[in-house]
Design a protein around this ligand. Structure first.
Ligand SMILES: Cc1ncc(COP(=O)(O)O)c(C=O)c1O
Length: 419
């Protein structure tokens, strides 16, 4: 289907056909809005995973054809992820999760940090980009500075960062977007501010990447992390580290593997099948590209960006309707009250129900959501919430439909207005 560029509409029915989950009956019963917890995997990924497990589940890179094929599939998975991001394969570590990758990265910084140095962490972040840095600060004597959020709305203020920065600042850790309030942070500005003091800037893109595929071809970030189980693929953590930053880090792998840049920060050892299956993500973006645009011989990162813009407009249009309706219900909604500058995750609390009860009641109506602090414990505490009950989070993916959104709105209205 070729479209003129200014009238593109995302074909959600076509996209859903690429997901095994929507082949089965359950998909009529369930409207799924816990996508920030993890998305469904697309068919090309599932097919590649199955192929690997059925045909080549052997130790890869061994001295036989089976092992060669396994190694080739893994190489392909790594190459496709690098191409999708527009960066060299040597800059990418594929680990078990972003939590593990950031933990490994923070350990790898121990060698160049000392007690004169300072690390900035943000109160808005998921614990994955906080805890490891806290431990490293403790062990090296470096000072840990907290970039606090505003108590009223959980937003990060650049003026606050400016006050924290000085010539001793070595590392700044911040999320690309908040997995609670949904705000997309101005990371380019943050990176420039950090670099002007010679600091390395580490971005957690886990919440952002499912809504807008990160093209890193011209990124100035020193490290950028996200998790592919939230971008319709297998359960892996992807970590880009710039070549200059990698040089400063102490390898965390077996010493005899340290000659391979992509092994240096892989302390766990790779999940062979999971990495091989990532090649299917490239196929998925290609399939969507070819469906919506004239076939073109473009780099994969460009195709992924263009397709992901379409996905994003679709999600945004659904979320706009939900946001508008929510303002008429007895709820406190977190984050911006329009979709400008926010991603398609909406967190709220109700005046009449705990978040746990709300999530359970809505689940009984065939709507899958989740409540809690989502490991962003500190921002919830700061905003005066009980992190254990937390918020109800309604998180969208590009495969959600308007029909599902209306079901969600009706269910919420029914529960909240009847209460
Ligand atoms: C914003 C954010 N950062 C980091 C993580 C941790 O990712 P992983 O589960 O891959 O460790 C999550 C997980 O939900 C997240 O939402």
């Amino acid at each position: 289907m070729a479209n003129s560029t200014d009238q593109l509409i995302f074909d959600v029915d076509f996209a859903r056909k690429q997901f095994p989950f929507f082949d089965i009956n359950q998909s009529d019963e369930w409207a799924f809005f816990d996508n920030a917890g993890g998305t469904f995997p697309c068919r090309p990924v599932v097919d590649k995973l199955e192929h690997f497990y059925k045909n080549n589940k052997v130790q890869p890179y061994g001295d036989n054809a089976l092992a060669h094929a396994a190694g080739e599939q893994m190489d392909r998975g790594r190459k496709v992820i690098s191409d999708l991001l527009g960066v060299a394969m040597d800059t990418i570590t594929i680990g078990p999760s972003t939590t593990q990758n950031l933990n490994t990265l923070s350990n790898a910084c121990t060698g160049f940090l000392s007690k004169e140095d300072e690390i900035i962490i943000s109160e808005q972040d998921h614990e994955a980009n906080i805890g490891g840095w806290e431990r490293v600060a403790k062990h090296t004597g470096a000072t840990l500075n907290l970039w606090k959020v505003n108590e009223s709305d959980g937003e990060l203020d650049l003026a606050y960062l400016e006050k924290l920065l000085n010539n001793n600042t070595k590392i700044i850790c911040v999320t690309h977007s908040s997995n609670i309030i949904g705000t997309v942070n101005p990371i380019d500005q943050i990176i420039d501010m950090g670099h002007s003091f010679g600091a390395k800037v580490i971005i957690d893109g886990v919440s952002y990447a499912p809504h807008r595929w990160p093209d890193l071809s011209d990124t100035k970030a020193d490290a950028y992390c996200f998790s592919t189980y939230k971008t319709y693929a297998t359960h892996q953590g992807i970590m880009y580290v710039s070549p200059g930053f990698l040089e400063m880090l102490e390898p965390q792998c077996h010493f005899f593997n340290a000659y391979r840049p992509w092994s240096q920060l892989d302390a766990a050892g790779p999940d062979h099948a999971g990495i091989a299956a990532l090649a299917g993500l490239g196929d998925y973006f290609e399939i969507l590209y070819d469906h919506h645009f004239e076939k073109a011989d473009l780099p994969l990162n460009i195709k992924a960006s263009v397709v992901s813009n379409l996905m994003n407009s679709h999600e945004t249009s659904l979320c706009k309707v939900l946001l508008e309706r929510l303002t008429h219900l007895p709820t406190r909604i977190f984050g911006k009250n329009s979709m400008q500058g926010r991603e398609a995750n909406i967190a709220l609390i109700s005046e009449n129900h705990t978040s746990a009860r709300l999530s359970t009641l809505i689940g009984k109506k065939g709507i899958a959501t989740k409540h809690g602090h989502f490991y962003a414990y500190r921002i919830l505490k700061k905003m005066g919430l009980n992190p254990d009950d937390g918020v109800l989070r309604l998180s969208f993916a590009h495969y959600n439909t308007m029909n599902e959104t209306v079901r969600l709105i009706n269910a919420l209205t029914n529960i909240l207005v009847k209460a």
